[in-house]
Design a protein around this ligand. Sequence first.
Ligand code: SF4
Length: 161
Amino acid sequence: MQALWRRIRGLGRAAEPAPQAPDGDRPAVASVFAGSVQVRHVDAGSCNGCEVEIGSAFGPVYDLERYGARLVASPRHADVLLVTGPVSRNMAEPLRRTYEAMPAPKAVVAVGDCARNCGVFAGAYGVAGAVGDVIPVDVEIAGCAPRPEAIVAGMRKLTGR
Ligand code: SF4
């Protein structure tokens, strides 16, 4: 056993080098988050394709948590609101209330083309508008559905890691 401990101590820490921090356009609010954000997700009317990719982004392969983003169950604990789908008429008010329940400073990420501009649902009867028509948006992630890499890249703009 002693020999094993000596080997472990002698080996040191074995990990991949940290990836380079994101550069380029980062929203102003990102500077106050200091590398860590708690994230509340709201499906405002999506087809669930974006949810599948968000699940992958937070899963063991893409592991978004290693960049400082963690999902939480309540908007009162959240710094960031991750919104998918066009905003349906039924979800416009709940989305507004969820945003208002979050403490400041806070940021909103619109995930997927539907969240950005209503996507394939533009003009549909039940659609109230894009996410930006209901609450202010800080980061947009394009794609239908966006790949997990794009979701990770968008969230890293907020964590800065
Ligand atoms: S962007 Fe595509 S995958 Fe995401 S909610 Fe809209 S239709 Fe579904």
